[in-house]
Design a protein around this ligand. Structure first.
Ligand code: 13P
Length: 255
């Protein structure tokens, strides 16, 4: 079956409200009067969400968040809830990015609670999984990804194919300029789809999008996006330039 590509930019801790406004308007202007059949999304820092929502007004581009609290509201200083994100105009939320796992000690259980909170709120979740280099070298990549994913899936039930997206981001490929080869990506994506199938059944698993993330650029996007189980990209550095993000979207449109 044909899945709709999702081309998602993760701006990480870049682009405050002023820059985010200009950059989102520039991205939208590159597609003015042109439609696309993929879904395209930018996840800016929390404080820039409303700038990006406004910058994308009148376009088909969507806005997401990079993280969320697993709590509803109350005395949780510095946290942001799913309801706040919905109110701000977000449609998607990334959870379990490797930088949150590594620098902010988010473990599989917390990521799973966040994924459930997002789904219960009606927002769409992008659950990130991926191994570090030493795991890959030791032949443990699949085991790590399986544990990360299954912990999250255990919180989720039913046909959630509209609300759940998985992003495979091998940590050794993030921001390093080193990319998984198309074969490496396809092999892991196929494995992830088999785990989805075990949990949700084949029919639902076939509808869930699995994104690749890790140094995706206009130069390598075509060979990655052409893989059978690669349904889009989660793009860091290359999403911070309107031209390169837009070129990756154009490549998805051409496949
Ligand atoms: P880069 O594209 O900069 O490698 O980042 C990937 C990523 O972490 C997206 O979430």
């Amino acid at each position: 079956m044909k899945r709709t590509f999702l081309i998602a930019g993760n701006w990480k801790m870049n682009a405050g409200p002023t820059e985010a406004s200009a950059l989102s308007k520039e991205i939208a202007s590159l597609w003015k009067d042109k439609s696309f059949s993929s879904e395209a999304l930018i996840c800016p820092p929390f404080v820039s969400i409303s700038s990006v929502v406004s910058g994308f007004e009148g376009s088909d581009f969507k806005t997401g968040a990079q993280n969320v609290s697993n709590e509803d509201n109350g005395a949780f200083t510095g946290e942001i809830s799913t309801e706040m994100l919905k109110d701000s105009g977000c449609e998607y939320v990334i959870v379990g990015h490797s930088e949150r796992r590594e620098y902010y000690n988010e473990d599989d259980e917390l990521v799973a609670l966040k994924a459930k909170k997002v789904v219960d709120s009606g927002l769409k979740v992008i659950i990130c999984v991926g191994e570090i280099l030493s795991d890959r070298k030791a032949g443990r990549a699949e085991k790590v990804v399986k544990d990360q994913l299954n912990t999250a899936l255990n919180q989720l039930d039913g046909d959630l194919s509209d609300q759940v997206v998985i992003a495979y981001e091998p940590v050794w490929a993030i921001g390093t300029g080193e990319t998984a080869t198309p074969d490496q990506a396809q092999e892991m994506h196929k494995f992830i789809r088999s785990l989805l199938s075990n949990h949700f059944g084949t029919e639902v698993a076939e509808k869930i999008r699995i994104l690749y993330g890790g140094s995706m650029k206009p130069d390598n996007a075509e060979e990655l996006l052409s893989q059978k189980d690669v349904d889009g990209g989660l793009i860091g550095g290359a999403s911070l330039k309107a031209d390169s993000f837009s070129r990756i979207l154009a490549i998805a449109e051409s496949i």
